[in-house]
Design a protein around this ligand. Structure first.
Ligand SMILES: NC(=O)N[C@@H](O)C(=O)O
Length: 281
């Protein structure tokens, strides 16, 4: 299933894409796609609905983040060897885990606001994993059975805030609008192998990131199992699984976003996002 949320910010309704590409309204039939609303049980209940019986939304308007009110917005750092190299870092021996403030979550086509005082705002296409079942001490073998689905994420990053402000990457990752997520939550049963997906990001029409999830250092199943050794993952948690090379910080000379820049962010089978960078006002 391709699940989405449509409507003005803060008033989104849950929907589903039908076989003809129409948005069908799921409101009243299921809870919002937040927390338990994306548990494996909740997704099974949606799967049992006859999609053709749902009203077609002729004009869905704005598309919101495909999940809402996320309990945790986790990220994995330096999970592609060439990206680690472009930042001057060694490939990690164990997964690097950090957080993005959950208030950074935004719609896949919403403007990205360059934060107040920022001169180093940067882009990062990433495969997003949404957890569908409490996961504590799970094996790698079982890990993918805890995944509700996958989505596109732009892990927006302010490099001065992230690197030059005395530590903790969360400072550079968390500005409002720094987490475009969606357009769809594609349920796990529709993704044969999360380690074979092409992912790319264009800046003003020029492809700057172009890779495949088979280049990850730690696979999705390794990440979910590893994280579950330290914490209990919960339904609705997002894990952004790291970005490939081609970020502005790694370019020579470095390149950062300015108002009017357009980012097109895509992952094979999961859809495409587009954001325009705008100045903070
Ligand atoms: N350098 C940096 O921030 N990278 C991470 O976000 C990552 O995805 O690797």
């Amino acid at each position: 299933m391709k699940l989405l949320r449509f409507g003005p910010a803060g008033q989104e309704k849950p929907g589903i894409l039908d076989a003809d590409g129409n948005v069908r309204d799921l409101s009243g039939k299921c809870p919002d796609f937040a927390g338990a609303g994306v548990s494996l049980e909740a997704l099974d209940a949606i799967r049992a609905i006859d999609v053709t019986s749902l009203p077609v939304v002729a004009e869905p308007g704005r598309i919101g983040s495909c999940v809402a009110s996320v309990p945790n917005f986790f990220c994995i750092g330096l999970n592609y060897a060439k990206h680690a190299a472009e930042t001057g870092a060694e490939p990690p021996k164990e997964p690097i885990i950090f957080n993005k403030a959950t208030s950074a979550l935004s719609g896949p086509f919403d403007d990205v606001v360059i934060p107040k005082g920022s001169v180093k705002s940067d882009w990062e296409v990433e495969l997003g994993v949404v957890i569908g079942k409490e996961a504590s001490y799970v094996s790698e073998e079982d890990a993918l059975s805890y995944v509700a689905g996958y989505c596109v994420i732009n892990d927006m990053s302010e490099r001065e805030f992230q690197i030059e402000k005395g530590g903790q990457w969360i400072k550079g990752k968390s500005a409002p609008t720094f987490g475009p997520t969606g357009p769809y939550l594609v349920t796990a049963d529709e993704v044969d192998d999360p380690q074979t997906l092409a992912l790319s990001l264009d800046l003003n029409g020029e492809t700057v990131q172009d890779s495949n999830t088979d280049d990850m250092i730690f696979s999705v199943k390794e990440i979910v199992s590893y994280m579950s050794q330290f914490m209990k993952l919960q339904p609705g948690d997002i894990i952004a699984t790291g970005t490939p090379s081609g970020v502005g910080m790694g370019m020579k000379p470095q390149r950062f976003l300015k108002p009017g820049d357009k980012m097109t962010v895509r992952i094979e089978g999961l859809g495409e996002q587009e954001q325009t960078a705008v100045a903070y006002e």
